[in-house]
Design a protein around this ligand. Structure first.
Ligand code: F6R
Length: 603
């Protein structure tokens, strides 16, 4: 969603603001803008379209020496995407400039009152009220003015403001939307996520809920009432991790990184035939009494949670409930001492997931989170966090983070089984330990997946089917295909076909079957016969050497033989690459699919 960047310091150029916006592009946006001090005035450039359009509009100005400024990529919520609604927004005198992520829920009332008092609005956005409110409360100090208006606001915000008379000072505040601060010898920087900061420093500070900060010669944090001491976090990601590194798309690069991601996610956690989580130390008593697990997540992360349900119910026979967080947050979920809540989120900033976690915490529930982003809101609001260690995921479609989520959940299941005195099936841990090598084999043969994808490029409908642990894989495969290639892809447990969806199938409606050699293979074969009888073409993921399935399908994508609990894992890169190649063949913007954003910070 929207992205924020700002810097102050000596030796900067307008280009620095634009370069930072390029690092934020992956979040999804429809317009971009910058405001910067030039002598003692502030100059503003904003435009509907890409950061590259803004760059072209700026031309020679890119090389102008500046003492700082603010920049923004906007993903429209209030008001259509156009030049006027793009950020930064300004007050009546064009002295105060603001960029904002989030939603000011009471913006209509505030705007009405401000207009009554003579303020002139130019945009349709909720953000513009911030500039006018600061104008009314400004007595020579931008941070104090910003602090004065915060109690008037309802909703969520990360906001950075500047005043033309206070050259070299930015004021920032957060509630519900993240802001990160960094500092090196020459610059102080503030941004909505870590990626544009990596160029300046790897030591960062996260703004907490309700805090404000003035970023200038010094960085002064103020809590709700008083000055606060902040913890400095070291970021292990490098600037290069967040670059394409020769790949055509981030998505492809991130899929190719999966063998490494698996190793990193398991490092220090899998010791011989034992699994250990430092993060769970002291929770042994609680975990041994856990009778129920409830998963909180959205989208791809929710599919990882569904896999955990099948795995744990099989391994330990405890009940696992999964629901998308956008539903769970409005349900009256029971919270007790025997329930473990697991929140899964790549970004740690997904609004529905966070709000559900807050509700559970208010009722006294214990939340363990699985997250990829250090310092993100989820990690600070959960009781315990297990980091995924997947490195920055830039492509909007989640790939390597999903693989890391699944492997961490499998390890977590093993740990829970140990705590509860249950046996782990022979062979599972051995196969798990070497799983990165199986991924390497699959990725080396990615050209075979590309060839199959080419055969299916012309189809505009797809039905994914699977059973047991193959069902969440079907859901995830269909989600990948629909989000990046705009193909109408649905997913069903194969046993449900005859209760309705089979009516859709004919020679123009292919089926993607998840049919590894697991306990449900025979049932899947029956379902495949049913769809073939309706003349639907069937492509399937099958286990290497399983000739029975191989003979039945029109096209096969092979995965190596592993323990049946691990098929969803080795299946993941195949499903991801199939979707990737279809989208790429169609010439689509794979990394930034239309209407989508990387981190969904609004409800
Ligand atoms: C799909 C995708 C989304 C996210 C969802 C949750 O490829 O990326 O469905 O999985 O928006 O995001 P996180 O995991 O950041 O909470």
């Amino acid at each position: 969603m929207c992205g924020i960047f700002g810097f102050v310091g000596e030796g900067g150029k307008v280009r620095d603001l634009v370069d930072a916006l390029k690092k934020l592009e992956y979040r999804g946006y429809d317009s971009a803008g910058v405001a910067f001090w030039d002598e003692d005035a502030v100059r503003l450039f904003k435009i509907k379209g890409k950061v590259s359009d803004l760059e072209t509009a700026l031309g020679d100005i890119l090389d102008l020496d500046i003492k700082g400024g603010i920049a923004h990529t906007r993903w429209a919520t209030h008001g259509e995407p156009n030049d006027v609604n793009a950020h930064p927004h300004f007050d009546c005198e064009r002295k105060i400039f603001v960029v904002h992520n989030g939603i000011i829920e009471n913006h209509k009332e505030l705007r009405k009152e401000l207009e009554k008092r003579g303020h002139r609005f130019v945009s349709d956005t909720d953000t513009e009220v911030l500039a006018h409110l600061i104008e009314e409360n400004y007595y020579g100090n931008i941070l104090e003015a910003l602090r004065r208006i915060l109690p008037l606001l309802r909703g969520s915000y990360a906001v950075v403001a500047m005043h033309s008379d206070e050259v070299g000072i930015l004021a920032a505040a957060r509630k519900g939307s993240p802001l990160v601060i960094g500092k090196n010898e020459n610059f102080c920087v503030v941004a909505s996520d870590i990626t544009p900061i990596l160029k300046y420093t790897k030591e960062v500070i996260f703004l907490d809920e309700g805090e404000t900060v003035s970023v200038g010669g010094t960085v002064d944090f103020v809590g709700l009432k008083d000055s606060v001491e902040k913890r400095i976090f070291h970021i292990s990601w490098s600037e290069r991790d967040a670059e394409k590194g020769g790949y055509k798309h981030f998505m492809l690069k991130e899929i190719m990184e999966e063998p490494e991601v698996l190793k990193n996610a398991m490092a220090g956690r899998m010791k011989g035939s034992k699994v250990e989580f430092e993060e769970l130390k002291g929770w042994e008593d609680f975990l041994s009494n856990v009778e129920k697990v409830k998963m909180i997540a959205c989208g791809t992360s929710h599919h990882a949670g569904m896999l955990f349900k099948y795995f744990i119910e099989d391994l330990i026979q405890i009940e696992v409930e999964t629901d998308v967080a956008s539903e769970m947050r409005y349900r009256k979920t029971k919270v007790d001492d025997e329930t473990l809540f697991i929140a899964i989120s790549q970004s740690g900033e997904t609004a529905d997931t966070l709000e559900t976690v807050r509700k559970i915490k208010e009722k006294g529930g214990r939340v363990l989170s699985l997250c990829n982003v250090l310092g993100s809101t989820l990690t600070r609001e959960s009781d315990r966090t297990i980091f995924l260690n997947a490195g920055p995921e830039i492509s909007v479609a989640s790939t390597k983070a999903y693989v890391a989520q699944v492997v961490v959940l499998l390890l977590l299941g093993v740990e829970l089984a140990r705590i509860k005195g249950k046996n782990i099936p022979a062979g599972f841990l051995d196969d798990l330990r070497d799983i990165h090598a199986r991924f390497e084999e699959i990725l080396e043969n990615s050209n075979l997946i590309r060839d199959t994808a080419r055969e299916f490029v012309k189809f505009r409908n797809f039905m994914y089917i699977g059973r047991w642990m193959g069902y969440p894989s079907a859901l995830e495969g269909a989600l990948k295909l629909k989000e990046i290639s705009y193909t109408n892809a649905t997913a069903y447990p194969a046993g449900e076909l005859k209760h309705g969806p089979i009516a859709l199938l004919d020679e123009d409606f292919p089926v993607f079957a998840i049919v590894p050699t697991d306990r449900m293979k025979e049932k899947m074969l029956n379902n495949i016969m049913e769809v073939k009888a309706r003349k639907a073409k069937v492509v399937g993921v099958v286990t290497e050497g399983d000739d029975e399935v191989f003979r039945l399908l029109d096209h096969t994508l092979k995965i190596p033989k592993v323990h049946e609990y691990l098929y969803p894992l080795v299946m993941a890169p195949v499903l991801q690459l199939f979707a990737y190649f279809i989208a790429d063949e169609r010439g689509l913007d794979v990394d930034k699919p239309r209407n989508l954003a990387k981190s969904v910070t609004v409800e």
